[in-house]
Ligand binder design. Structure first.
Ligand code: NOJ
Length: 538
């Protein structure tokens, strides 16, 4: 386990939208380099960049055409190396995004694999043995290749699935996981990993990490075996490299070899009860046409009862019931990563106010594991209702260019505003970094204070003990212990209090508060919409 993860706080950057330094309307690596001081000053010490490799961008770069080449619109491989060096100089680490399950249909491997004549890459993807042959339970493309076969896709049409083999073979055209073709795919993946780690990269976020092996791999034993193989290579050759999975099942992903796994928006993940926008479904969030659900009014079917929404009647108990045992079961294997949102989710600001966001971030940055914040969430950028771009669909509204200041294009780019990657927030009160930096009570400065608190107290970091001390369906207070510290949050609009069990009957003093909080002889009282972190008063 790389030791640096203990105190890592990640910032996710969608490279298209962060900072444009060559005036083409799209962000670039040089822009990220120029903003490293800003990111570092906020307290983030690690970055995750969405895919920045050569791509036709039919899925925003998750359709990789060349894993070893930075997309020209972002710069060059030399710029990537400078980014690693500049980040390292500031004590920061950088993760790229590894799209392991599929490539672009324009990748050279796929072009070769599509040829009628058998060649060494014929088995790099999953092909049937006849042009009219379907694949039970999987999505296929027919009629596109020279080869008389259909092929499996992993996501969009542009993303043919790489062949890691089938756990249970039922058809003659399927290969086993130990077949030379499947083994060669794993070796090719390792080659990509080594290429970037050798250039100074610090690790990867792995896209759809659970999607590799096909053929009834429900329990993921086949896919897990691939990752354990990769992890053995990392432990031997790059022990400081960090891997985080998009798997959303730490109980599978961490034993499979990942150092961290995101808990995302799956409907069976109780994290989604804390902030509504983890319900990442087009039909639930945005309708096409002229507005949000119900033309601007929240749909009654999706009324927000999330915990951090003031007085919405949400409770924290579903979350604690799922999270606390999951943490116990997985902590020997790695970390759970909670997120503010990502490039696939509707921004939190869609449903939460600044005050609600402050409390959610207080929670996020005082929980175990390794937290991630999505660019722009530090100032509460809005979700915009926009037409799709680069395969974004409803996700497009969470991918708009960063709002730095009130200059042209909010300081994102010097290009003509008609040329920028996506339109920006047209509201008179659109949040900017410049405005919030001046206001000590802003969301931005709250994020900064919370991350500083985390760095200052090892009890708040990834490994330190966690237990839920008070969580109830009747009282909105949530009190939890981190090492010797006690955190408490009250998202409701009225003052709340509780008396903790006898082992907690002592006095503690507040180290940090949002709103008001006190802890006296085991009685914890929090003012309306408040958070407090208490330490022993000795
Ligand atoms: C998950 C990524 O986060 C998403 O943006 C992408 O569209 C799919 N995987 C396909 O790669």
């Amino acid at each position: 386990m790389p030791a640096w993860l203990k105190d890592a706080v990640f910032y996710e950057i969608y490279p298209q939208s962060y900072c444009d330094t060559n005036s083409d309307g799209i962000g670039d690596l040089q822009g990220i380099i120029e903003k490293l001081d800003y990111i570092h000053d906020l307290g983030f010490n690690a970055l995750w960049l969405n895919p920045c490799f050569d791509s036709p961008f039919k899925d925003a770069g998750y359709d990789v055409r060349d894993y070893k080449k930075i997309a020209p619109r972002y710069g060059t491989n030399a710029d990537a190396v400078r980014l690693f060096e500049e980040a390292h100089r500031r004590g920061m680490h950088v993760l790229f995004d590894l799209v392991a399950g599929h490539t672009s249909e324009e990748h050279a491997w796929f072009r070769e694999s599509s040829k009628a004549e058998k060649n060494p890459l014929s088995g790099r993807y999953i092909w049937s043995d006849f042009c009219f042959q379907g694949m039970d339970g999987y999505r296929i493309i027919a009629g596109e290749a020279e080869r008389s076969a259909t092929y499996m896709i992993n996501f969009f049409k542009c993303q043919p699935a790489l062949n890691y083999g089938f756990l249970h073979k039922t058809e003659p055209w399927q290969t086993a996981t130990d077949d030379p073709d499947a083994v060669a795919t794993v070796e090719a993946l390792k080659d990509v990993i080594r290429f970037w780690l050798d250039l100074g990269l610090d690790g990867f976020r792995v896209d759809m990490a659970d999607s590799l092996v096909k053929g009834d791999d429900e329990k993921k034993s086949g896919t897990s075996a691939v990752w354990r193989n990769v992890r053995a290579m990392l432990d031997a050759e790059y022990p400081e490299a960090a891997f985080v999975s998009e798997w959303s099942c730490p109980e599978q992903a961490l034993p499979a070899g990942f150092h961290m796994d995101f808990i995302l928006n799956n409907s069976d993940q109780a994290f989604g009860t804390l902030v509504r926008d983890y319900q990442n479904h087009t039909d639930r969030i945005v309708q096409s046409g002229n507005g949000f659900i119900g033309n601007g009014k929240p749909s009654p079917a999706y009324e927000d009862h999330s915990y951090f929404k003031k007085d919405a009647g949400g409770t924290v108990t579903k979350f604690t019931a799922q999270y606390a045992p999951m943490l116990q079961r997985t902590k020997k294997d790695g970390y759970i990563s909670l997120i503010s949102g990502n490039h696939d989710t509707v921004r939190l600001r869609y449903s939460l106010s600044y005050d609600e966001l402050k409390l959610f971030y207080a929670f996020l940055f005082t929980m175990p594991g390794v937290p991630f914040l999505y660019y722009g969430d530090e100032i509460g950028m809005r979700y915009l209702n926009l037409p799709t771009k680069e395969g974004g669909y409803f996700r497009t509204g969470s991918r708009t260019p960063m709002q730095w200041n009130h200059g042209a294009n909010y300081g994102f780019s010097d290009a003509d505003s008609s040329a920028i990657y996506l339109p920006q927030d047209p509201s008179a009160d659109a949040p900017t970094v410049e405005d919030q930096a001046k206001d000590p009570d802003s969301l931005l400065n709250t994020v900064k204070a919370l991350i500083a608190l985390r760095h200052a107290h090892s009890d708040l970091q990834a490994d330190a003990d966690f237990s839920s001390v008070f969580a109830s369906d009747e009282n909105p207070l949530f009190v939890y212990r981190r090492g010797d510290l006690i955190a408490a949050v009250n998202p409701s609009g009225s003052s709340r209090s509780t008396v903790l069990p006898s082992v907690y009957r002592r006095n503690m003093k507040a180290l940090y508060t949002i709103g008001t909080g006190s802890y006296s002889n085991g009685r914890v009282t929090l003012g309306p919409q408040s958070f407090a972190l208490f330490c022993p008063d000795d």
